[in-house]
Design a protein around this ligand. Structure first.
Ligand SMILES: [Fe+2]
Length: 409
């Protein structure tokens, strides 16, 4: 019997039966309903080759064409969309009670930012590869004075606030200045190159609200995901949204590691692919005849993949197969970094993704990974006239000479 026919009359279960329907379709959350009401497509998948391929539709509220993107596994955790700033035009003025990070995928333009009561608007210019964060609840407007359109990829904490208060008017029309995050200081959007350790995990961090070019910006050595791996964690606009930029050397690839969903990897340079599989398939799904259940996403500049596209822990591993190194930016939404996950304050925790499984972490070292992965990687490189720069000894056993730093963790 359809639900609406039974819902008006409550019947107690008989002995041996449970109350309720048992099975039911998952209802749309407030943020799902909000996206649907906006009149633009909602792209749902594990990833895409490049966002430049996604169909855009006129978006009345924004004043340009766009599409929402909600990759599998990120539902309710954080939101994403692309929006086009028309040539010789501008998007509508906005302010909102969610954080917003902007990656310029194509084109050039500028952003005006101001707060209620602020006499002078601040303006900064951006180009392909620029990354910045719009301060929480600040008024802002994107302007494009050139004669070709600009495409912005935005990551937000909109689902968090929408699913909590379920009221778009409140989200877009609350007059409050978060002056501890943004007080209109003159150098607010001036880039800073200073690197310092993040106070919790000690990884390389840059306090900056604007990075002019994340495709070219220098990255300090990190070594955790692959030998020679480089990484920076920008701390922007006092936000809770977590993101980083990382790069694997040409001819090398990341080790697999596992965790639950939140992370989306966005390709900034090079091209490649990601494999992701639920931990139940084990560490060597090809060898175990379970390759059918492994998911794969190929990408190039502007492409993306959800690291853990369903519930539970998923292994994921990234392969760059071009002459350029593979540079990725990973976005996680608010409070989904290992340093910001809620838990008992003071409790000991560790950088699990950088520690091998046998040592209590969640990473599969090269010498324990599925042999299929190396073979396939070398095949792709050969097709491109390139050579692997993975050292054979990394596949033989735990490193003793320090050439594979992650193994010595
Ligand atoms: Fe990961």
């Amino acid at each position: 019997m359809p639900h609406d026919e039974v819902s008006k009359h409550w019947h107690e279960p008989k002995a041996g039966e449970n109350a309720g329907f048992g099975k039911f379709p998952r209802p749309a959350m407030p943020y799902d309903r909000f996206m649907e009401a906006e009149g633009v497509p909602v792209y749902r998948s594990i990833g895409c080759r490049t966002v430049l391929d996604l169909p855009l539709a006129p978006w009345k509220r924004q004043g340009g064409r766009g599409t929402y993107i909600q990759l599998y596994g990120t539902e309710g955790l954080w939101g994403m969309y692309v929006v086009e700033v028309p040539a010789g035009g501008a998007l509508n003025i906005e302010r909102h009670l969610y954080e917003k990070n902007v990656l310029v995928v194509e084109g050039r333009g500028s952003t005006e930012v101001w707060q209620e009561g602020q006499a002078k608007k601040q303006t900064f210019e951006w180009q392909k590869g620029s990354l910045f964060s719009v301060p929480l609840n600040a008024f802002h407007r994107f302007v494009n004075a050139t004669n070709s359109p600009a495409l912005l990829l935005c990551g937000t904490t909109a689902p968090n606030i929408f699913n909590l208060v379920d009221n778009p008017h409140f989200v877009f029309n609350t007059p409050y200045n978060f002056s501890e995050r943004y007080a209109g200081t003159e150098d607010y959007f001036k880039p800073s190159d200073d690197v310092e350790p993040d106070p919790v995990r000690g990884l390389a961090m840059r306090r900056t609200n604007f990075i002019p070019d994340v495709i070219a910006t220098e990255l300090p050595l990190d070594n955790r995901r692959s030998p020679g791996y480089r990484r920076i964690e920008p701390y922007m606009a006092g936000q809770r949204f977590y993101l980083w930029i990382g790069q694997h050397e040409t001819g090398r690839y990341s080790k697999a590691h596992k965790h639950a969903s939140a992370a989306i990897l966005i390709c900034l340079k090079g091209k490649g692919y990601t494999y992701t599989w639920p931990e139940q398939l084990g560490e060597r799904p090809w060898e175990a005849g379970k390759a059918l259940h492994v998911q794969r996403q190929d990408y190039e500049f502007g492409g993306m993949v959800s690291a853990a596209p369903m519930s539970g822990d998923w292994f994921h591993q990234h392969f760059g197969v071009s002459r350029d190194p593979l540079r990725l930016t990973a976005w996680f939404g608010a409070n989904n970094s290992r340093a910001r996950k809620p838990g008992l304050p003071g409790e000991k925790t560790s950088d699990m993704g950088a520690i091998d499984i046998k040592k209590g972490g969640s990473a599969i070292p090269y010498h324990e990974e599925d042999p299929y992965l190396r073979k396939e990687f070398e095949k792709y490189l050969a097709e491109d006239g390139a050579k692997t720069r993975m050292e054979p000894k990394w596949y033989e056993g735990p490193s003793t000479d320090g050439s594979e730093p992650g193994n010595d963790f």
